[in-house]
Every structure is written in C-alpha cells, then in structure tokens.
Design a protein around this ligand. Structure first.
Ligand code: BGP
Length: 470
C-alpha cells in the first residue's frame, strides 16, 4: 500500500530502549543476590564472563541520566529474579528489592516510564537444579515471584512484560544456556514442549494476577516475532511458511491471547508424539490471563521452503537462524536481504509485514521491545564513536513503523536493543548494540567509562521531533 500522506507517531509514543539484567548489571553475587542459571553456565569460548557486564548495578544513575539526555520516554529493563528471591522462592532479599525500587525512582525522576520484564533468561540456579521449567511447580514459583514484584513495584510500574522470548528459549535453549533436560529423558522434544507449556501456564497466571492486584497496570508477553516468507510462490513453499509461522510465532501468541494451542504447531507436536501432558483445568488456566498489549522483539524475518522429511535438519542455530525441521519446513536464506557482520539478515520491510500481521491476527496494541544492530564499534582517540551503520539500520526500521501506523496498526512504542552496550547472548561484548559506548573489551575491563555514540545524538534529535526528523 502506498500512502500519499503518512500518519504521525502518536504523542504518547514510547521512545526508549531496552536492556536485560544478566547482560548489563554485573554484581552477580552482591547485596544478597543468589546465582541464576546464567551465572553458573559455561560461557562460549573467547567471550567474557557475566560477572561485570556493563556494571549497571553501580552505574544506573549515570546511565539513566544519559537516557534522559537522549529524551527517553521509556526504559525497558528486566528484574533479576535472584536479586529479589535469592533461592527462587521463599526469603525476599530487601537489598534487591531496594535496588530496583531505586532504578524505578530514577526513571520516574526524569519522567521515563519504567517497563519491566519479569523474566529474561535467568532462572534462579537453585530452581534450575530442581528441574527448572520441566517441573510443574515452576508455574507456582513464577507466580510467587510475580506477586512479590507487583506488591513492591505496582504503585509505580504501569507496564509489565512476562517472559522474554519464550519461543527462543524453546527453539534455541542451548544457545542461550537455559535448556535443562532431566536425566533419563527419552523424548527430548516432548520434554522441551512440556517446559514450554509450563511457561505458558505461568504467564497466563501472572497476567491474571497482575489484573487482580493492579487494575490500572498493563501486561503483555515479549516473544521474538518475525514473519516467515515462502521461499517461492510454489504452494508447497507456502504451506512450509505456514508451518514455520505456526511453530515459531503463532504458537506463543495464540496461547497468550486466545488461550489456545495453534492448530499447526499442535498437529506437528502430536505427529511427533511431543504434545505436552495437560492436567485437567489447564485449558481454563490458559484462557484466564489476557494480555493488554503485545510486546515483541524483531530482528528479522525468516524464509521457509518445502521439506520432504528426509533432510537432516538440526533446528535453530541462533535466535534468528533456523534450518528447519524435517517434514515441516526447511529454513533458507533470503537472496533479497543483506546481512549484518554477525550474519543476521536485515529486513526493515519485513518489520512492517510483521506489525501488520500481528495486528490483524490479534487486534491488540503493539510495543516493539527489541530491535537493533549488533556490530563492532570503535572508540576513537577523541572519544567519539562513529556508527553510521546503526543509524542506518534503526532509521530504516523506524520508517517502517511509521508506515505501519499509516496502515492503521496501533503502535505503542519502540524500545530498541540496547540502551547501553552489554554482553550479547553468546558473542560477548564485542557484538555491541548500545547508543552508549562502554569502554571495556572482552577480557580487559579498562575504565568502563561511558561515551555517546553518533547514534546517541541522532536518536536524541529523532525523539525530540517525535519521529519526524529521521
Ligand atoms: C534477543 C535477546 C536479547 C539480546 C538480543 C540480541 O534474542 O532477547 O537478550 O541479546 O537478542 O542477541 P545477541 O545478544 O545474541 O546478539
């Protein structure tokens, strides 16, 4: 659709950016924090440990001041479960509660809306040891944790996100370092989707609890969504793309919004003898919690080709790369798209396709909770960091949001990854995303000083003009 006149970004549009606790905070055993699965995992060779990260725990005031200088209307950060409940359940750590209270107050001081992710890849190590999401009790663990968050921060936090990228945890758990397969398990696929089922139940209960405890708050999921294209216009490839969309995208949102299993994902899981066991009442639980909006992370689209079922496909190799599943689809690269230095396809138009598709499927407002470019940045001798490639990437994606708004998609905000440089999920600090440069290397912590990248000034102007000056 070509629009002669573009609609404007709404005045209430939430411009800002995102981070997550385990990637940015460091101080992972300070002030009573218990270990999470991220703290005890073996990091990929050649990448930094997660004990210091961007040292946000000690520098949040400085960083939030820089976000305010950029004009942020919102800041999405996650709460580390084990700062609040060091053992995952039971004893509450007052110091941890105080830390996020201070972070929230610091945001509010600058009229920055705090947007809180409750769980971003960091299961408490003790609960991990007890079986993590494979245990049915994980639903109660999460609800107990959610209650503590709502009690302590519900007076100031209006926007909540439940589980970051549940679909990534399910499709690519080993890359994120979170997948636990219990000893003696004979059906790994079923086990993975059983864990996924527990997460869906936990999410639904947390959304219901949020509405009960905080009637004015809004809560939503935050999966990683990017539409899957058919590799060609052959009807078989179209079917493959539908399969891929069902398994990668709609399984998570159909459950969150409608409380039902996506029929294509379900049919495939049944076929593979991997449909999770459901207890009586689970269907009601899934329907009991409803999101007020959809948060979603977008990095790129995917492309699917017919698979005849004989190919040795291995499944996902990163959040954005998936070679498919035999008989379901074969993931192929898209010849129309360029790639980042780290091999992820770049597809701004696919962003618009994704927003249109999400809105027409669910008719709920959309909040972009991540999007961004991972790249090697260089700090020049004069303290500047020239990152035109990042500006170009963000600019093209923001243009597509405006087009989606003009398509009558209801957009709430844009929170790219990441506010400040932090440790990537599996590629260290060398893969940078921030508007704010952190002066450290993979193993040399240097002085951790902050520098404004060129993209910092560019984003500042863009926010000031509410998206009109790109
Ligand atoms: C998303 C995660 C983030 C973040 C981002 C970039 O999948 O929610 O935690 O890290 O991707 O990915 P990476 O760090 O692998 O480059």
């Amino acid at each position: 659709m070509i629009h002669k006149k573009l609609k404007s970004f709404p005045d209430s549009f939430l411009w800002g950016a995102s981070t997550s606790a385990y990637q940015v905070e460091g101080a992972n055993s300070e002030d009573g924090k218990g270990p999470s699965c991220q703290d005890i995992k073996k990091v990929p060779e050649g990448t930094s440990e997660l004990d210091v990260c961007a040292d946000e725990y000690h520098r949040y005031k400085e960083d939030i001041a820089l976000m305010a200088e950029m004009g942020f209307k919102a800041y999405r950060f996650s709460i580390a479960w084990t700062r609040i409940l060091p053992h995952g359940t039971g004893e509450v750590n007052a110091k941890g509660v105080e830390y996020y209270s201070n972070v929230i107050d610091e945001c509010l001081k600058y009229h920055i809306e705090p947007i809180v992710t409750m769980f971003h890849f960091d299961m408490p190590a003790e609960l991990d040891e007890r079986g993590s999401w494979s245990k049915r009790e994980s639903v109660d663990w999460f609800v107990e944790y959610a209650r503590v968050l709502f009690q302590n921060y519900g007076d100031r936090v209006k926007y909540w996100l439940t589980i970051n990228e549940q679909n990534v945890l399910t499709l690519v758990g080993p890359v994120i370092g979170t997948l636990r397969i219990p000893e003696g398990c004979t059906n790994e696929l079923k086990e993975i989707y059983q864990q996924n089922h527990h997460m869906l139940l936990a999410q639904s209960k947390a959304m219901a609890l949020c509405h009960e405890m905080l009637p004015n708050a809004k809560i939503g999921p935050a999966p990683n969504i990017g539409v899957m294209y058919p590799a060609t216009c052959s009807p078989e490839d179209y079917l493959a793309a539908q399969n891929a969309n069902g398994l990668r995208n709609w399984l998570y949102l159909d459950a969150a919004v409608y409380g039902t299993y996506n029929n294509l994902a379900k049919a495939w899981l049944e076929e593979k003898n991997a449909m999770p066991d459901m207890l009586e009442g689970d269907e009601d639980i899934l329907k009991s919690g409803k999101p007020d909006y959809i948060g979603f992370n977008y990095y790129n689209t995917g492309t699917a080709q017919y698979s005849d079922g004989t190919e040795p496909l291995t499944g996902a190799s990163s959040q954005q790369e998936n070679d498919g599943f035999p008989g379901l689809f074969r993931g192929v690269s898209n010849p129309y798209l360029p790639k980042t230095e780290f091999g992820w396809e770049i597809d701004p138009t696919g962003f618009r396709c994704t927003m249109r598709e999400l809105y027409s499927r669910y008719q709920l407002p959309l909040l972009v909770t991540e999007n961004g470019l991972g790249a090697y940045d260089t700090l020049e001798e004069d303290g500047t960091v020239h990152d035109p490639y990042r500006i170009d990437y963000l600019k093209k994606h923001i243009e597509e949001i405006r087009l989606a708004i003009s398509d009558d998609v209801e957009m709430m905000g844009y929170l790219p990854w990441s506010a400040v440089d932090l440790i990537s999920t599996h590629e260290g600090i060398s893969k940078r995303y921030g508007f704010i440069f952190v002066n450290r290397d993979e193993f040399d912590l240097k002085d951790m000083k902050r520098y404004r990248k060129d993209s910092f000034y560019w984003y500042q102007q863009l926010i000031k003009s509410n998206g009109t000056i790109l």
